[in-house]
Structure formats: C-alpha cells, structure tokens
Design a protein around this ligand. Structure first.
Ligand SMILES: NC(=O)c1ccc[n+]([C@@H]2O[C@H](COP(=O)([O-])OP(=O)(O)OC[C@H]3O[C@@H](n4cnc5c(N)ncnc54)[C@H](OP(=O)(O)O)[C@@H]3O)[C@@H](O)[C@H]2O)c1
Length: 259
C-alpha cells in the first residue's frame, strides 16, 4: 500500500460541492492536500471550503458552470493564480439530464451533457497540464454506462465512453512526464444524481441509504450495491497516492457486475 500522504500537493476537484466530488475533496484534504474546487452552487462550495480550511488546508473555491467554456477557463486561471502548479486533477462533475429515449431527446440538453462531461474535462486538463508537477495524477469519473449502453440516456453513455478514451489517450502521452491518468468507475452510489429528485430536494448519502431508497436502476443485477460516496473516495485516494510506476490508462471499477 502506498504512503497515503498528500501534504504539499494541490488537488483540483470539479463538482466538489456534494456527492462523490465532496467526499474525494475532503478525503484529499484530510490527507494533507490543498484544494481547488468548483461547482455551480456557491452555498455547497462554501461548506466544503470551510471544512478544508478547518483542517488547515488552503482552498480556492469558485462557482462555475462547466458548460460555459469561458467560466471553465477563468476557474483554471484562478487555480494557477492561487497555487502556480497542480498535482492532482479529478474531473468529477457530471451531468445526466437526458434519461429518456433518443427519439424524445432535447438536442440542446443532449449536447450540453457532452459539454459538461467531456469538453470541461478536456479544457481543464488542457489548461492545467502544462503546470502539473512530475508525479501528477489525473482521475476521470466515468460510468459503467460508458461501456455498455442501455436503451436510453444516449448522451450520458456517449459522454462517459468519450471520457474513458480521453483517459486512455492521455495516459499514452503523459507517461513520459511521469503523470498517470486513470478512469474511476463508481457504480451505483448514493448521491443526488442517483436519487434523481427535483432540484431543491437534495438528500445526503446517509439519508438516501437510510430511507431504503437503495433499489437498483433497471438493468443492474441484484448483487449490485448502492455505495456511500466515501467508498469511491477511498479508491481515488489510492490512485492519487501511488508512487511512480503505478497504474495508468486503466479503469478502476467499484461495480459488482461485468462491464
Ligand atoms: N452516483 C452514481 O451512481 C454514479 C454512478 C456512475 C458514475 N457517476 C459519476 O460520478 C460523478 C459525480 O456524480 P455524483 O453522483 O456525485 O453526482 P452529484 O452528487 O449530483 O454531484 C455532481 C457535482 O457536479 C456538479 N456539477 C453538475 N453540473 C455542473 C456544471 N454544469 N458546472 C459545474 N459543476 C457541475 C454539481 O454541482 P452543481 O449542481 O452545484 O453545479 C455537484 O457538485 C459524475 O461524473 C457521475 O457521472 C455517478
């Protein structure tokens, strides 16, 4: 097991206001990392920033809509203005607007899914990679739906398949700089995206799991399990703390089914 110490490291985590991103950000902060975080909800970001600062970490937080490339670029400028270099990039923020049939899909929302799930990771990585330290790690949050498509949600499937390929292609380019790039596939996890309630009705992972709403989405086998986001953060930390020569270009899956 690698030494799990992120002291003097700067970790960029998108979508860190809640869910898996928040768990990853605070797990990294507890392990010593300073944070650069973004999401749209300022209120959620402030809570995470305060928790990181209470641990003695520096935290740059910016309210950003990642479907907007100018805002995304401004976030990266802010990160470099605050820290100068980065060590870890976790492209976590994800959108899952389109859950119906392709024939019923809204072209604008379909494309916006790609903007948030693919263009934003591209832009953030593209803008920060020149300032990434040797030994850096990039972790892209992907999905089983990027491997086997169901009969709906095509935008999400396409976006996650593209993100897997981005991880793989980047890994093939960045090994020479001692930077590792991997995809992390959570499987069903108790978050707002999983809960899929109307905006404004958000429950914590504990509330979701305690409510018994842990029935699995259609198509998943009964031996799948809805996890707490902290379980995903444990694997993210392992990926973040591997010494040189660790895995790159891989998909780390917490699913309990063949992909
Ligand atoms: N939960 C699961 O079962 C599951 C399974 C497989 C993969 N994943 C992946 O895991 C990642 C994290 O998802 P989650 O389940 O933790 O979801 P979540 O709890 O809904 O959190 C998503 C985060 O992304 C941010 N975000 C969404 N749209 C954004 C935008 N346009 N600009 C900036 N930030 C945005 C959200 O903040 P704001 O809304 O405030 O912007 C929030 O902080 C996603 O990539 C998702 O696809 C999740």
């Amino acid at each position: 097991m690698a030494d799990q110490n992120l002291e003097n490291k700067v970790a960029v985590v998108t979508g860190a206001g809640r869910g898996i991103g928040k768990s990853i950000a605070l797990t990294f902060a507890r392990t010593g990392a300073d944070l650069a975080i973004c999401a749209r909800s300022e209120k959620e970001l402030v809570t995470v920033k305060q928790s990181a600062e209470a641990l003695g970490r520096r935290c740059f937080a910016m309210s950003v809509d990642l479907s907007d490339s100018e805002q995304t670029c401004a976030f990266c400028e802010g990160v470099l203005g605050k820290f100068g270099t980065v060590d870890l990039i976790v492209n976590n923020a994800g959108a899952y607007f389109e859950r119906g049939l392709f024939a019923d899909s809204d072209p604008d929302l379909w494309w916006k899914t790609l903007e948030i799930n693919v263009r934003a990771p591209y832009l953030i990585t593209r803008l920060l990679i020149g300032s990434m330290n040797k030994g850096g790690k990039i972790i892209n949050l992907t999905s089983g739906k990027g491997f086997s498509a169901g009969a709906n949600s095509t935008a999400y499937h396409v976006s996650k398949a593209a993100l897997n390929m981005l991880s793989e292609g980047l890994a093939n380019e960045l090994w020479q700089r001692d930077i590792d790039v991997n995809s992390l596939l959570p499987g069903p996890t108790a978050t707002a995206t999983f809960d899929n309630n109307a905006d404004g009705f958000r429950r914590t992972a504990e509330e979701i799991l305690a409510s018994g709403k842990d029935e699995l989405p259609p198509g998943l086998p009964p031996w799948e399990r809805v996890k707490h986001p902290d379980e995903i953060a444990t694997v993210a930390l392992q990926l973040a703390t591997y010494p040189s020569g660790g895995p790159t270009g891989q998909v780390f899956s917490l699913a309990r089914r063949p992909l």
